[in-house]
Design a protein around this ligand. Structure first.
Ligand code: SAJ
Length: 415
């Protein structure tokens, strides 16, 4: 089937690039968001998130009339739900927005429609979508009652794209397509076939849900291992970076990079979905999460120890983003570190934050003893220099720039 008109609910980090990419392939896209500012920004031809080339493609598709943002869903051939699934109380998956988005499409659903969930979700969420729609629309049949012959097809198709490379990976990555029926999976392949050049691998919806969670859990557990080994190295006076480099010469070993913690809205979040689904079983996953969550506090303690030798220490904190060369500070360990340090140090210490990707400090760092400064000011004034994010501009600093400073390199790039 060739889809001509689709509706994308949720125009954030995943929904907007997805909507704009479909629109660039001549599909008419109804974009839906609850945020007025987001709608206004997109209809003005601008992207509200910073991502290479996104502004350009949004501008073009809005100008051509293929992409338009609205408050509520409208009739379409396919619906893609890409809303956030945050954690409640830091640990428990909250699928409230998925349920609301599902309820919002129910009134406009028609026989022959395809509904896709893209949001990272606990296993069983796609079936919950089916239950909500079935209750709202008793006039239609669903895969659970009519299998391949149902009026409505439903599939789970997780995104797996990396911030900073969203538009490239959207097209190139292999895609997991989990149908509630074989026909649902087939239709979803037809839909994504509009732009995906990677393989489309069909399976069931629960398997696809678990695949997505497992990918990010795999990464989190491996980063936790690297962080724990680095702590053991520190205890024994061994350079962890040298150790890891040497260990990785083994043909079957690939230890990841230790750091100040794990940020972003994916790897630091998704393992909790796994823990929540089977708390008695997923013990390793939980321990790994706790190892990584403890990292910012350990870095703060290290900095405090270094600061003890100064009466009024000035501490340069380089970077706030959750990873290099982007402006995204979601769940960023660097932000947690600066905040905790400022609170613990009270009036004695000055924190000089350098973040070339931000024009002002985020609200949570609005404190008297934190200032956003230029790199030059920070390197001139600071007694202690802490590297929190490996932005290229920081990696490129020379030993001359850091002369006479006490240094803490949490990313292992200055060794
Ligand atoms: N990190 C380390 N050590 C490492 C690698 C990463 O400490 O060796 C830290 C980074 O500094 C960062 C965090 O982990 O704070 C996550 O960064 P990342 O670049 O590894 O991943 P994300 O969160 O930006 O994107 C991930 C990707 N998933 C995987 O690589 C398995 C992406 O493909 C997913 O689409 C995305 O999560 C998502 O949306 O789920």
């Amino acid at each position: 089937m060739n889809f001509k008109k689709i509706c994308v609910v949720g125009l954030g980090y995943i929904g907007l690039p997805t909507a704009a990419t479909f629109a660039s392939r001549d599909v008419e896209v109804i974009g839906v968001d609850v945020n007025e500012d987001v709608i206004a920004c997109i209809n003005n031809g601008e992207a509200h998130i910073v991502e290479p080339d996104l502004d350009y493609i949004v501008q073009g598709t809005v100008a051509s009339g293929k992409l338009k943002a609205y408050h509520a869903p409208q009739k379409a051939e396919a619906f893609i739900i890409a809303v956030p699934t945050p954690l409640r109380d830091g640990r428990y998956p909250d699928i409230g927005m998925v349920k609301e988005a599902t309820a919002s499409i129910a009134p406009v659903l028609e026989k022959g429609n395809l509904v896709i969930l893209e949001s990272t979700s606990p296993v069983g969420t796609t079936e919950i979508i089916q239950d909500i729609l079935k209750e709202a629309r008793p006039d239609l049949t669903f895969p659970c009652d009519a299998g391949d012959d149902s009026d409505i097809s439903i599939a789970y198709c997780p995104e797996r794209i990396l911030p900073g490379r969203l538009l490239i990976e959207l097209v190139e990555n292999d895609r997991i397509i989990g149908g509630l029926s074989a026909h649902s999976a087939k239709l979803a392949c037809d839909l994504y076939g509009a732009f995906v050049v990677g393989k489309m691998l069909r399976t069931t919806a629960p398997t696809a849900e678990m695949v997505k969670l497992s990918e990010n859990t795999y990464r989190d557990v491996n980063i936790a291992l690297a962080n724990e080994l680095a702590l053991v190295c520190r205890e024994k006076g061994i350079d962890p970076w040298e150790m890891i480099k040497l260990a990785n010469h083994h043909p079957r070993v690939n230890i990841l990079s230790p750091g100040p913690g794990v940020g972003g809205h994916c790897i630091a979040v998704d393992p909790w979905f796994v823990v929540d689904s089977a708390p008695e079983i997923a013990k390793l996953v939980k321990t790994a999460r706790l190892v990584n969550e403890a990292r910012p506090g350990q870095v703060v303690a290290e900095i405090q120890q270094m600061a003890e030798e100064f009466k009024h220490p000035k501490i340069a904190c380089l970077g706030l983003a959750y990873k290099p060369n982007i402006d995204d500070i979601r769940e960023s360990p660097a932000v947690d570190i600066v905040k905790e340090l400022a609170e613990k140090a009270s009036g004695e210490a000055q924190l000089l934050v350098v973040e070339p990707y931000l024009e002002k400090l985020p609200k949570q760092l609005d404190k008297e003893n934190i200032k956003l400064v230029s790199m030059e000011t920070a390197l001139n004034d600071a007694h202690i220099v802490v590297l929190l994010v490996d932005h290229n501009v920081f990696v490129d600093l020379s030993l001359k720039d850091l002369k006479n400073k006490v240094i803490l390199d949490t990313r292992g790039v200055w060794n």
